[in-house]
Ligand binder design. Structure first.
Ligand code: FAD
Length: 403
């Protein structure tokens, strides 16, 4: 009998964790494992705010996929162009693939909620290349301000749309990077404006209010201004319009606008033949897609309701990696004709970086701020490396310096 083909789409946290667990559980006689990803490297999406601000290099945030997969896995570097779960054909730039088991782990895209001009004029921290673009754009603005004879200070204004995790972590890094950039380009620091614009009434929704107050105070000390409860209603090549109240719309001129307020699943999901909402699929309790027993969804493309609070689990790397472990086990169960396991999320807390040696977080039923929280964040980042690539990868790429 032909051995089944397991096709994993995407080598992010979810897809790569699924793959490295599959390679341990399933031997070459039992199944063929194929992993398809756009690049031949994995990037740490949770580090993109650092790449965007320029506090780490893009290379620090990525590693070759070949370092963590073994001979049980065939890796294909290709752009996935279409998924059809009815014909079981996945179209890619390297040709079509079919499968017996499919894992969709293609991550997220920015959600601009139809706000005019955002797609065209705002930058984003969606993948390693958009993050690199943010860094280079800011540097370009700063460099040209220095060279301009007639100075336009708005080139030094950076607007971050969104005060969620990504926006706040990015602002924290900018707080460290801006003084360096000012020194590099001979710019008086007071010329630079860092503005966080948020439509909702609070910063970091869902976080403990005491920690949120700490975060706001720390970022304010780094020069961040907050405009909360003021949605961006339009972006132009020159800046953004924000609604101050029912009547007043203010235009803020800015050299850089970064949109970090909302995500949706990968658009390929919407034409896959599986029902989705904002490109996220409401998975069954064993992480399979509704109506398709051979299709699993992992990470940000999956939508999972937390029954206890009646709200979806937030899309995080933490949950994506845990789902990957369960999916690998469940594929093994299906190959063995056994019943699948229910995915149970083990919430280990959350840590939000505020830049160099500062953070807020909750873990072990405790709250953390400052250096201890920042150390915890490094542990979380290194743990993700360890779970995928073991000690070797952690020593090479980790944030703790051992030597
Ligand atoms: P990803 O890890 O984004 O991977 C998707 C993969 O699919 C990528 O390798 C991509 O190249 C590939 N791909 C996409 N489209 C195609 C295509 N067409 N063809 C081929 N390959 C394709 N979560 C936390 O738990 N803790 C944090 O502290 C945290 N901080 C964050 C900070 C930032 C700045 C951001 C942006 C996110 C953060 N998150 C955090 C959220 C977390 O990064 C995501 O939830 C997580 O990356 C989702 O994993 P995933 O596997 O679904 O997608």
């Amino acid at each position: 009998m032909k051995r089944p083909t397991i096709l994993v789409l995407g080598a992010g946290y979810g897809g790569l964790t699924t793959t490295v667990n599959l390679q341990k559980l399933v031997n070459a006689n039992e199944a063929e494992i194929i992993l398809v990803n756009k690049n031949d490297y994995h990037y740490e999406t949770t580090w993109l705010h650092e790449v965007g601000a320029g506090t780490i290099s893009p290379d620090k945030a990525r590693y070759p996929i070949s370092k963590v997969i073994n001979h049980n896995v065939t890796f294909v570097k290709a752009n996935i162009e279409s998924i059809d779960v009815n014909t079981k054909i996945v179209g890619t730039s390297a040709g079509d693939f079919t499968y017996d088991y499919l894992v969709i782990g293609l991550g997220f895209e920015g959600e601009t909620f139809g706000i005019p001009g955002l797609k065209e004029h705002a930058l984003s921290l969606t993948n390693i290349n958009t993050a690199r673009q943010v860094r280079e754009h800011i540097e370009y603005q700063f460099a040209s301000w220095t060279l301009d004879e007639v100075k336009d200070d708005s080139k030094l204004t950076i607007i971050v749309g969104g005060a969620g995790f990504t926006g706040i972590e990015f602002l924290g890094e900018l707080g460290n990077r801006i003084p360096e950039l000012c020194k590099e380009f001979d710019i008086p620091k007071e010329k630079v404006r860092l503005l966080c614009v948020e439509a909702a009434s609070t910063v970091l929704p869902g976080f403990d209010p005491e920690l949120v107050d700490y975060a706001k105070a720390q970022l304010s000390k780094k020069g961040v201004e907050f405009s909360i409860g003021t949605p961006i209603v339009e972006a132009t090549a020159e800046g953004v319009k924000i609604r101050k109240d029912e009547e007043e719309i203010e235009f803020i001129k800015a050299g850089t606008v970064v949109w970090a307020a909302g995500i949706r699943g990968n658009a390929l999901v919407e034409s896959s033949g599986i029902e989705s909402n904002r490109a996220r699929i409401a998975v069954r309790e064993d992480m399979r897609a509704p109506g398709f027993d051979d299709v699993f969804i992992v990470g940000d493309c999956a939508f999972l309701l937390n029954e206890e609070v009646g709200r979806p689990y937030p899309p995080t790397a933490q949950i994506a990696m845990q789902q990957g472990v369960t999916i690998a086990k469940n594929i093994k169960h299906l190959i063995n004709e056994e019943s699948t396991e229910v995915f149970v999320y083990d919430d280990k807390g959350a840590v939000c970086s505020l830049g160099h040696e500062d953070a807020i977080g909750t873990a072990f039923d405790r709250k953390f701020t400052g250096k201890p929280a920042s150390a915890l964040k490094k542990v979380v980042d290194d743990r993700a490396l360890y779970l995928v690539g073991g000690v070797g990868l952690t020593l090479k790429k980790g944030k703790f310096k051992f030597l």
